[in-house]
Design a protein around this ligand. Sequence first.
Ligand code: BES
Ligand code: MN
Ligand code: ZN
Length: 505
Amino acid sequence: MEFPVITIEPAKVETACLVVPVFKDGDLLPTAAKLDDASERLIGQLIERGDFDATLANVQVIPFAPGLAADRLLLVGLGERAKCNEGSFRKVLDAALKTLVRMPIDEAVVALSDVPVPERENVWKARMIAEATRRAQYRFDIFKSEPAPASRLERVGLLIDESGDAATTEQGLHIGNALGEGINLTRTLGNLPGNICTPRYLAEQAEQLGKESAGALSVEILDEEALEALGARTLLSVGRGSAEPSRLIVLHYRGAENEQDAPHVLVGKGITFDTGGISLKPGADMDEMKYDMCGAASVLGTFKALAMIKPKLNVIGIVAAAENMPDARATKPGDIIKTLKGLTVEILNTDAEGRLVLCDALTYAERFEPASVIDIATLTGAMVMALGNHATGLFANDDDLALDILDAGETAWDRAWHMPLWDEYQSQLDSNFADLANIGGRPAGAVTAACYLSRFADKYPWAHLDIAGTAWISGKEKGATGRPVGLLTQYLMDREQDANVSDEA
Ligand code: BES
Ligand code: MN
Ligand code: ZN
C-alpha cells in the first residue's frame, strides 16, 4: 500500500476518485472551495439543491466532475462544524475508506487533512487516514468457499496545501500504516477459532513475527516442562483440563541506543478458549470466548507495529497462553495452588482463570527490572457491565503511569477510563485456607480482579487494561476490533519522546 503526499492544485489532481469532506453549514473547506470554483460550482449547487446531505459520515459518489482532472468525487458529510472532533473525524474516515475499498478503482486522493479537528495537526490526521485505510481493507474470509472480492485499492494520495509540512505528514502516514497492520494482525488472531488458534499456534505466530522482523524482534517460548521447572504452577493449573499444552511466550524488541535501558513490558492474557473449566460457563454466546486471547493478540499486534516504526526504546512482550477446559485432570473449585511468586491461591471459581495465568506472567516480568508493566486482558464480564463497549478499563498502582496511558489513549483515539484500585476492595479476596482467593464476590468484579493482579505487581509501576468490552464486537458485525494496539503503540512512542527529553536536559 502506498500513501503519497500530494501538493498540487486540487482541480488538476488526476485521480480515479477525489474524496472531499463537506460540513452541513455549506461553508466549503479550502480544497472543496477550489474545486467548486473550477467546476462551475458543482459542489455548492449539490448542497443548495439538497442533492447531497452532509450529515456526519454520509457519503455520495459524484460520477462525473466537469472542469476537474479527477474522474469522480466522493463527497463525505462532516455533520455540524461545532461538533467536529476526533471521534467524528474517525467516523468520517471509516465511511469514506469503506466506500473507496468497494469501488472499482486502484487509487484515490483524499482532501481529508482539510477537516479542522480542534488541536490536531496534519501529522495526526495523516496517521488516522493511513490507519483507517488499512482497517477498511481488512478481510477475514479464509474459511469462506467464495470470499467477497478483495479491495483493489493500492494507493491513497493525501492532498495537502503548500503550507502543510510534507515530511511530517509522511511520518504520520508511516505510523498510521504500521498501526493499521498491527491492528489487523490482532483482529485476525482474535477472529481465528479456538480449534486453530491454540497456545502453540500463538507461539508459532510470535516466532513468525520474529522471523519477518529482520532482526528487530527475538522470541523465546517456554513449554510446559520449562514452566514446571520455573514453578509457574498457577499458569499451568488453567491448562490442566486441556489437550492443548500451555505456553509462555516472550518477545524482545531492543530499540534503545543503550542496551541496558530498562524495558517497558506488555503482558497479554492468551486464553485461546475459555469454557470456564469445571465452573462451566452457560452455553449462550460461548463461541465468543475464542476472543479470550485478545490481550495476547494486542501484544503481538503492538510488536508488529513496533518492528515497523522502530522507536528507540526496549520493549518486552509476555503472552500467557492456555486453554481453559473441563476434564478429569482439570483444576477443581477449592483447589489450592502455589503461584510463581510463592503466594498460595484458593481457586474458588475456575472461570476466573485469566488472573491465574497473568499472576505468574507478572512475577516473570520482575526479572527484566522493567520501567513499566502493562497487562492487557479480557478479564471480567463486570467490566462490560461497567463501561460497555467504548472505554477500556484502566487500573494502576502508579498515578503517573495511569495518566500517561490515558493520554496515549486520547492521542490514538483508543480511549481508556481510570477505575479505582483502593485498598478497601482488597479484603474481598480473603481466603480461609490460602493466602488469597481468586474471586472477590459479585460487587465490583472488575476491581477485585485488578486487586488480585496488584498483589503480583508490587515491584514496578504497573497498569492493567481490562478490554473485555472493547476487544471485539458482537452481533451481525461480530469481529475483533484490534484494540488497544493504538493505545499501546502510542504509549510506547511517547516513552521514546520522554527518553529524548531527559537526554537533552
Ligand atoms: N474471559 C472471561 C471474562 C469475559 C466474560 C470477558 C464475558 C468478556 C465477556 C473471564 O475469564 C471470566 O470468565 N471472568 C468471570 C470472573 C468471575 C468468575 C469472578 C466473569 O467475569 O464472570
Ligand atoms: Mn473465565
Ligand atoms: Zn477468560
